[in-house]
Design a protein around this ligand. Structure first.
Ligand SMILES: Cc1cc2nc3c(=O)[nH]c(=O)nc-3n(C[C@H](O)[C@H](O)[C@H](O)COP(=O)(O)OP(=O)(O)OC[C@H]3O[C@@H](n4cnc5c(N)ncnc54)[C@H](O)[C@@H]3O)c2cc1C
Length: 333
């Protein structure tokens, strides 16, 4: 079967790969001139953290997000699987209790254990939580690796092509245009997220650290080579625009509170984008004629796209049982 995927964000690329692995003849068309130019996915932290997300997300996110680490690790290099550390300043230790009460699969850690996990945080926090079964990836590297996996299977990503301007055809279309699909998905709303990338050689972290705060919860994800992604704001707005001064102050203050070395860090990048979300903040697969819409990934594009790509592929190719990649892995196991 021939399938055209619209959009080369994380949702489009995971869907395209899952379909190609099941034998479909796939092409991807992307309106932007190059990878990440206009994709919300380029802003992401890349946390594969279903148990932490359970603090505020429905059980479905935790359950389906559990597939993500393995899916990614089988297909792209550099997926870290060494957990998430959650800390708070002593005056906000109630936040640790609140987070612990709302999440599962964590271990309580004291000052010594926090220092053992992250030596540069030694002596800075008395209490925390460690979520061992979580991981993270560099989203930009992962998107690049997905396009390489697709190319190996003969799937081209055609940049600078507006998928809506293609001549209509009988083949299946998987619409993964993210927030741009609001023209056809009326319930879709935008949730603005702002992030920055800092560079510091004064501090090193080996896993994402969530810093709880009653007003400004923040996370810092290490990207290697002294780079750290600091995120992220959550604002009910569909405005892309630049990062505001208020948000920059909040992100930087929280980074500084996590470790004063971030006060001397170089600001490499600040960027904002719009997370596509449905009212219940859960992704949806919507079928209309020959088009399947895959959208509404909110703050879980990297976490949930594997599970939803599998579901969409099973819907489009009902006679194919699983991907050849999955079969290969099962045979090896
Ligand atoms: C600051 C921030 C941090 C985040 N952190 C995480 C995280 O740690 N973990 C996680 O799982 N998620 C995270 N997210 C959420 C995640 O980034 C989104 O859920 C995800 O990017 C949505 O992906 P998408 O492919 O639907 O949309 P997009 O990434 O926006 O991709 C849509 C693509 O479609 C293209 N397009 C639009 N119109 C057309 C057209 N007519 N024809 C062809 N192409 C078109 C666009 O150019 C774009 O490239 C974060 C989001 C933000 C903003």
């Amino acid at each position: 079967m021939r399938v055209t995927v619209l959009g080369a964000g994380v949702v489009g690329l995971t869907a395209a790969l899952e379909l190609a692995e099941r034998g479909a003849r796939v092409r991807v068309v992307e309106r932007a001139a190059h990878l990440g130019e206009a994709a919300c996915s380029w802003c992401a932290g890349g946390m594969l953290a279903p148990w932490c997300e359970g603090e505020s997300a429905p059980a479905e996110v935790v359950e389906l997000g559990g597939l993500a680490r393995e899916w990614w690790a089988r297909r792209v290099p550099g997926v870290a699987q060494n957990g998430t550390l959650v800390v708070a300043a002593s005056r906000d230790s109630g936040e640790i209790e609140r987070f612990a009460a709302r999440t599962l699969h964590h271990e309580r850690v004291d000052e010594a254990r926090i220092g053992a996990f992250e030596p540069d945080l030694a002596g800075r926090f008395r209490k925390g939580l460690f979520f061992a079964d979580e991981g993270h990836l560099d989203p930009r590297a992962a998107l690049g690796a997905l396009t390489e996996r697709l190319a190996e299977r003969g799937v081209a990503v055609n940049f600078g092509v507006d998928g809506l301007a293609l001549p209509s055809h009988a083949e299946a279309v998987v619409d993964c245009r993210g927030f741009a699909a609001r023209d056809e998905l009326e319930e879709l709303r935008g949730v603005r997220g702002e992030m920055m990338i800092l560079r510091s050689n004064e501090i090193s972290l080996s896993r994402p650290v969530r810093f709880l705060h009653p007003r400004i919860p923040l996370y810092i994800a290490p990207r290697g080579d002294g780079l750290f992604m600091v995120g992220a704001t959550m604002i009910e707005s569909a405005a892309r625009g630049s990062v505001t001064a208020r948000s920059a102050i909040e992100l930087l203050s929280a980074a500084y509170a996590l470790h004063p070395a971030f006060g001397e860090a170089e600001i490499v990048e600040m960027r904002a984008d719009v997370r596509p979300a449905f009212p219940d903040n859960l992704p949806r697969i919507i079928r209309r004629g020959t088009t399947v819409y895959l959208n509404g990934f909110y703050r879980h594009g990297f976490l949930l796209s594997p599970a939803f790509a599998q579901r969409a592929a099973a819907m489009i190719l009902p006679d194919v049982e699983g991907s050849d990649e999955d079969h290969r892995q099962r045979r090896r196991a």
